[in-house]
Design a protein. Structure first.
Length: 133
């Protein structure tokens, strides 16, 4: 259960509807997912996060599929069920296969395990890993 109500399009203020309209146009869809509906309780946060998503997730040095797969990996690590499902769906829409998902999850699991070991043992960073050292 959400800590805040979901703001449906019909009940949304003009400010919120404007963001919803941008989201639907950008994603070529006719619905708003629950994440945005809850953020709509604070229109400034809704707008800020949407602007950040447009900027960060736009094509750049990393292609959109790679960005979505990174998002899935971080979401798994942060134990965000909503984001894991949402960005897995987005990655699938950008071409991620079942084999890619399974390999991604294996890498995430390995990274989490080795990160914990390195942190637990407080292993010093090798100077050769640090540029210009």
């Amino acid at each position: 259960m959400s800590l805040a109500p979901m703001i449906e399009y019909e009940q949304a203020s003009p400010e919120v509807r404007a963001v919803y309209d941008e989201i639907m146009a950008a994603r070529k869809t006719d619905w708003i997912n629950n994440f945005w509906k809850v953020l709509a309780n604070d229109p400034a946060t809704l707008r800020r996060i949407w602007e950040n998503v447009k900027q960060v997730m736009a094509p750049g040095a990393l292609d959109p599929l790679t960005k979505e797969m990174i998002y899935v990996g971080v979401s798994i690590t942060n134990n965000c069920e909503y984001c894991t499902y949402s960005h897995t769906a987005a990655a699938r829409g950008k071409g991620m296969t079942d084999a890619m998902l399974h390999e991604l999850i294996a890498v995430v699991g390995l990274a989490n395990e080795t990160n914990r070991l390195a942190n637990g043992y407080r292993i010093p960073v090798d100077g050769r890993f640090i540029p210009n050292s």
